[in-house]
Design a protein around this ligand. Structure first.
Ligand code: F6P
Length: 330
């Protein structure tokens, strides 16, 4: 059956994430496989407004899956939020003869796609962010690499913290969510993990586990703080110094977590999701978000997806509480 679309525009938007290139490659190659032309839009919605495009063919996406960042660049566009910006973006779509768009990014990217769909263009979103904070999807592109990158740094920190018998307070990214912090905390065997979803009771959730670990013989401590936590890593570290008299150092991992060659999991998920996005468009579908449901790839209506909520990994929290001896529930 002939495809419902002839020319797709693909772009990445918001914070970049390792694996975005693999998704771009899958979108381009699947399009070509189905006889659809694919055009790259550079710098997200900013590029859509300004007609900033990249010609994409089979060879131009060769050997990009293993590279971090995004070959199409990324941006957060203020102009696009206004009606004027959206009209300009739509005018570019018409000028380029695009009848469909694939946007790789987070909720902001999906909202933008939805607003353009109202002007008649078909749209599909792919979840790409290291934060894993997209409610409809159990997994987002870049999350696994970011976890591993953070873990590698924390393992190094642990060596020096152990030698000096110090307390390490490490801030990980995650925007307003604690998914990355919980995963990293479990994987590195942290004494404490603090997340923005839950207001911290310092005494029972920080001081007490540290004291208990001290009594058990531990002389160094690893505290993971998600960037969205109210007191921040520096505030938490100061209280640890003041109330527990521990020699404490803060490390903010920051944008290091967004870089690097994507892991196998990120490359594979990105490839499946890119393939699925084009398949949906070719089948005449629109306003969909491709999502992971465990190991499966599924899709949701964008409005429905934006209305969903996502809690933290309850099993992970339970395991962590058991292993650190924290009794109070998160
Ligand atoms: O959404 C990805 C993310 O890295 C968040 O974890 C972080 O809060 C934010 O982007 C940082 O954004 P920027 O790159 O604009 O500093």
């Amino acid at each position: 059956m002939e495809s419902a679309v002839r020319r797709i525009g693909v772009f990445t938007s918001g914070g970049d994430a390792p694996g975005m290139n693999a998704a771009i490659r899958a979108v381009v190659r699947t399009s070509l496989h189905l006889g659809i032309e694919c055009i790259g839009i550079r710098r997200g919605y900013h590029g859509l407004i300004n007609g900033d495009i990249a010609r994409l063919d089979f060879e131009s996406v060769s050997d990009i899956s293993r590279r971090g960042g995004t070959m199409l660049y990324s941006a957060r566009s203020r102009e696009f939020i206004g009606e004027d910006g959206r009209n300009k973006a739509m005018a570019t779509c018409k000028l380029l003869g695009l009848d469909a768009l694939v946007g790789i990014g987070g909720d902001g990217t999906f909202k933008g796609l939805l607003s353009l769909a109202q002007s008649g263009i078909s749209v599909v979103g792919i979840p790409g962010t290291i934060d894993n904070d997209i409610a409809c999807s159990t997994y987002t592109i870049g999350y696994d690499t970011a976890c591993n990158t953070a873990l590698e740094s924390i393992d190094r920190l642990r060596d020096t913290m152990k030698s000096h018998e110090r307390c390490s307070v490490v801030e990980v990214m995650g925007h307003r969510a604690g998914h990355l912090a919980v995963a990293v905390g479990i994987a590195c065997g942290a004494t404490v993990v603090l997340v923005p979803e839950h207001e911290t009771d310092f005494e029972s959730e920080v001081a007490e586990p540290i004291r208990r670990a001290r009594i058990a013989g531990r002389t160094h401590f690893m505290i993971i703080v998600a960037e969205g936590v109210t007191d921040g890593a520096y505030g938490v570290a100061q209280r640890i110094r003041d109330e527990l008299a521990l020699d404490t150092r803060v490390t903010v991992l920051g944008h290091v977590q967004r870089g690097g060659s994507p892991t196998a999991r990120d490359r594979m998920m990105a490839t499946y999701m890119g393939y699925e996005a084009v398949r949906l468009l070719a089948d005449g579908k629109t306003c969909r978000v491709v999502a992971a449901k465990g190991d499966d790839i599924v899709d949701y209506d964008i409005t429905e997806a934006l209305g969903m909520t996502k809690g933290l990994d309850q099993r992970g929290l339970e395991v962590m509480r058991a292993l650190t001896g924290v009794r109070k529930g998160l």
